[in-house]
Design a protein. Structure first.
Length: 623
């Protein structure tokens, strides 16, 4: 039987913010208001001296963090030279270096090509795989670095053109004090630029050694590349073209609402109980009117109408929200367009605050049939025929428990176990029992064992038959707790799910935002990708000896794992998985959100797309 699976995407247009308060000096805590807040750590109302101390790593003994700030400043000076490649010369570089500076070449020659087609060339080199020719080593002094940097920017230039500006970004993710008194750092270096023909990206990992001068400024002693990946594509075509403006055409919603952003609307909506923490509106596509063209449904926060855009024959979108009766104002987190009643058209499922709204497609309009009660703080919804009865059932993920939000902030950070939380909202599975027009769904979460380890601040779930036994299993990506892998089994003739994450070695406690199944190595076994948050600061701190020195090794390992980034789990075929994230090169996905496997270039191999980013200020054009 062909699987019936659908997953609601809640991350495609999401901007999410977390506030983790590790402690504020008592003297800065304001008086409580007339509202009751239990177990709350209050922010200071003014940024006074006490706050400056709390944010000063030198005050609490984190000299390595103080140093990385100074090193980052020096690297930014280097980045300014990439913006003006003609200024890569000894005059501008001398203030950054020691006289005895030594450098390896920063780009190999030859540079191995790992992928090439008509649109894209990918080159990759790692220090443990292929050595840079010894004849090119070392590059000495300031002139050596001039040579190294000019070689690095050659791929961005076109002969006969003036040097083009290159965007740069440095992320220091390791800091180490050496016995010599020098400091050692590892940093990720991203360069992006284009000329009249090509657009090029470089992503490198550099090992740097620094000498701290009497004025406190670090100067480079040595540079060594550990890896570099370069992609080059034709600027005129590119892999994708932004057609947003053309697709929306004369539709005013894009300009009058979407482009204003969530911050604009948060200042204007009345109910911010949940939006104050996260803005998680999602989108889904489906053919609601059976014309062979996919339409677009957009969920929105409270007070803003949900939108249904109908695709026209010319590719533009027409707003059909009012005509189809789906411009609801309730806070909506995720949606699905799926055929729940098996009548040949796609019905609508929306995860609203506190429930799943189910609406029947009548051919020209959606009619609400029922609302299934859930924990308030819904995040995403997925559909699958878990019991093979030919009807789609619904699984909803939730984040905070009902007692954690409302007029209160989350519980005191001192009592909160970020890597192994067990006090989040309860996820739910609803069995589809629609018959003869009666839209009945039964909550079977406890009955079939999905209540095991079920309060993990969940964000997303994916269904797949990972053990090839003919039924669908369930992976749940959790933000603050260990992820779940529920295996679907027959026990005495009845379906029973068991959480086998520990025995299968998939307890990915790393702020899971999304998950996707795919056979990345084409061995017939479904592998698992989980998008997590990469943190350069977390990587620097969690690997220091002074970080939680009295904590058990397991706790230290788990806290370090929180910062590492994305995860790829290879299905071993024996019920277990192997973490191949590092070898696959997928860990550093920045602040990652939604993800999916798909064959980008139709070559038969599944590629991976991961949305990422975190908006903290106006667009600065950074990387």
């Amino acid at each position: 039987m062909k699987w019936l699976i659908a997953i609601g995407s809640l991350f495609a247009v999401a901007t999410v913010a977390y506030l983790v308060i590790w402690g504020v000096p008592a003297e800065t805590t304001p008086e409580k208001s007339n509202k009751t807040f239990d177990n709350v750590v209050n922010l200071p109302t003014q940024l006074g001296a006490a706050w400056s101390d709390a944010d000063n790593p030198e005050v609490d003994g984190w000299d390595t963090e103080a140093f990385q700030g100074e090193a980052k400043t020096q690297l930014k000076q280097l980045g300014k030279l990439f913006s003006h490649p003609d200024e890569i010369d000894s005059e501008h570089l001398t203030p950054l270096l020691m006289e005895e500076f030594r450098s390896d070449r920063l780009i190999p020659d030859p540079f191995p090509v790992v992928f090439e087609n008509a649109d894209l060339v990918v080159q990759r080199w790692r220090a443990n795989e292929t050595a840079i020719p010894k004849s090119d080593l070392p590059l000495v002094g300031v002139e050596g670095l001039v040579t190294a940097l000019k070689s690095l920017v050659v791929p961005f230039q076109k002969e006969g053109e003036s040097p083009s500006s290159i965007q740069s970004e440095f992320k220091i993710y390791r800091v180490k004090s050496l016995e010599s008194g020098e400091m050692e750092t590892r940093q990720l270096v991203s360069l992006v630029g284009s000329n009249s023909v090509n657009r090029t990206e470089q992503h490198s990992d550099w090992l740097a050694r620094w000498s701290i001068q009497p004025d406190g400024k670090p100067r480079l002693v040595a540079l060594q590349p550990m890896s570099i990946e370069q992609t080059k594509g034709a600027r005129s075509t590119g892999l994708f073209t932004d057609v947003t403006a053309a697709t929306f055409g004369e539709n005013s919603t894009r300009d009058r609402q979407f482009l204003l952003g969530l911050d604009h609307w948060f200042e204007r909506v009345q109910d911010q109980r949940y939006s104050a923490f996260i803005g998680v509106s999602g989108v889904t596509v489906g053919d609601v009117n059976n014309d062979g063209l996919d339409d677009l449904y957009v969920c929105q926060e409270t007070g803003l109408p949900n939108r249904l855009f109908l695709q026209q024959a010319n590719g533009t979108l027409q707003d059909g929200s009012v005509e189809w009766g789906v411009d609801w104002l309730q806070t909506s987190r995720s949606s699905l367009l799926v055929d729940l009643d098996n009548d040949g058209d796609q019905d609508l499922v929306i995860a609203i605050m506190g429930g799943l709204l189910l609406a029947e497609n009548t051919g020209a309009r959606f009619v609400v049939k029922t609302i299934l009660p859930t924990t308030d703080d819904t995040t995403s919804v997925s559909a699958a025929d878990y019991d093979l009865d030919g009807r789609l059932d619904l699984y909803v993920c939730t984040n905070f428990s009902n007692s954690s939000l409302g007029n209160e902030l989350p519980s005191d950070s001192a009592d909160f176990v970020i890597h192994d939380a067990n006090d989040g909202g309860s996820n739910s599975l609803f069995h589809n029992e629609i018959s003869e027009g009666n839209w009945d769904f039964k909550d079977v979460t406890t009955e079939i064992g999905l209540d095991e380890n079920n309060r993990k601040y969940s964000w997303a779930a994916a269904w797949e038959d990972y053990d090839n036994d003919g039924d669908l299993d369930l992976y749940v990506a959790n933000d603050f707790g260990r992820d779940n892998l529920y295996r679907n089994d027959q026990v005495d003739g009845e379906i029973q799910f068991s959480d086998v994450a520990e025995s299968a070695e998939v307890e990915n406690a790393a702020s899971g935002m999304s998950t996707s199944f795919g056979d990345f190595n084409r061995d017939g076994l479904m592998d698992i990708f989980i998008s997590n948050m990469f943190s350069s600061a977390g990587n620097r701190i969690a690997f220091q000896e002074q970080f939680k020195p009295d904590a058990p090794a397991e706790v230290r390992d788990r806290m370090a794992r929180l910062a590492r980034g994305n995860t790829l789990l290879k299905n071993m075929g024996d019920g277990s998985f192997e973490d191949v994230s590092g070898a696959a090169g997928i860990e550093m996905g920045r602040w990652a959100w939604g993800s999916m496997f798909f064959d980008l270039d139709n070559d038969g191999w599944e590629d991976l797309m991961v949305s990422n980013g975190f908006v903290t200020t106006d667009d600065t054009g950074d990387l």
